[in-house]
Ligand binder design. Structure first.
Ligand SMILES: C[S@@+](CC[C@H](N)C(=O)[O-])C[C@H]1O[C@@H](n2cnc3c(N)ncnc32)[C@H](O)[C@@H]1O
Length: 272
């Protein structure tokens, strides 16, 4: 979106915590800001090293939506740039839409800068691809219902579990018993691999592999109830078949197929 004539709010995705997982664009937005709003519990303090000297730094943990909007209104009136830092990617459980909608109503310009979401950071730490050919080709990003935010009908973990694909489950460590029940009710076998990640990319990071059968005891053993993400599904320990994209029999705009490899690929029923 083009810069507003006066004032601007940039919603900055700051990644899962480690300051070096900021994008260049995110670092630049923080450096250009007159006001930086951040949450100490969600993003490491090092992120603030990008802020310019004299920038006003506010902790969002102490602020209501109304308090935040008062800052945006001041930014509009005084022509200030605000960097509002959100953890991970602002598009996921960030409370950003309610701010964007209100910004549009008061008439201040906005920009959203994407960030590394916790699910991709955890996949990287576990060194697992979440989509393995012929094993899992979809990733469900979800959370358990029953907390402060009710789930819309049909979005219960047990419903998504019926697909048997990879799931990244946020905001659910405090109810690990319910999580296990719903995963099994949906039809995952008890031996399905799980990666449990606490405070990924922080100094206190903990990454543990277990199965659905041992998920609840793993969570309880490590006393995890917040800042924890679960990756669940057969892709987490499967090899699968090789991908077609890099097969010598597959062609595309930048590479010719090897005829023999192509025949072999086609005889396996591939429509390359
Ligand atoms: C309010 S949501 C924000 C998600 C964020 N927008 C994202 O894209 O990752 C917070 C939840 O994200 C997950 N999460 C965020 N950062 C994490 C981290 N560093 N390690 C493990 N889980 C994390 C946890 O499930 C946590 O309860």
């Amino acid at each position: 979106m083009a810069d507003a004539p006066t004032g601007k709010v940039t919603f900055v995705g700051a990644g899962p915590g480690a300051a070096d997982l900021l994008t260049f664009r995110a670092a630049r937005a923080i450096a250009e800001a007159d006001i930086v709003i951040w949450a100490a519990s969600l993003v490491q303090e090092e992120v603030l090293q990008h802020a310019r000297e004299g920038a006003e730094i506010l902790d969002s943990a102490t602020m209501s939506l109304e308090d935040v909007m008062a800052v945006y209104e001041r930014a509009l009136a005084e022509g200030l740039r605000v960097a509002r830092i959100h953890s991970g990617d602002p598009a996921l459980w960030g409370g950003t839409q309610e701010q964007l909608d209100r910004c549009a109503r008061i008439g201040i310009g906005t920009e959203v800068i994407p960030g590394v979401s916790a699910f991709s950071a955890v996949a990287a730490l576990a060194q697992r691809e979440l989509t393995i050919p012929e094993v899992a080709q979809s990733v469900v990003l979800t959370r358990l219902g029953g907390g402060k935010t009710p789930m819309p009908p049909g979005e219960e973990v047990r419903e998504f579990a019926k697909h048997g694909t990879t799931m990244a489950i946020f905001l659910s460590a405090a109810r690990s018993g319910q999580l296990v029940r719903e995963l099994l009710e949906g039809g995952y076998p008890t031996g399905t691999p799980v990666v449990v990640a606490y405070q990924a990319t922080w100094p206190e990071e903990l990454i543990v592999r277990c199965t659905i059968e041992t998920l609840e005891e793993t969570v309880k053993e490590h006393k995890l109830w917040k800042h924890t993400l679960f990756l669940v599904g057969p892709a987490l320990d499967a090899e699968g078949t090789r991908s077609h994209l890099y097969h010598p029999g597959h062609f595309h705009g930048y590479r010719k197929a090897d005829p023999e490899a192509r025949r072999a690929l086609r005889s396996r029923g591939a429509s390359t």
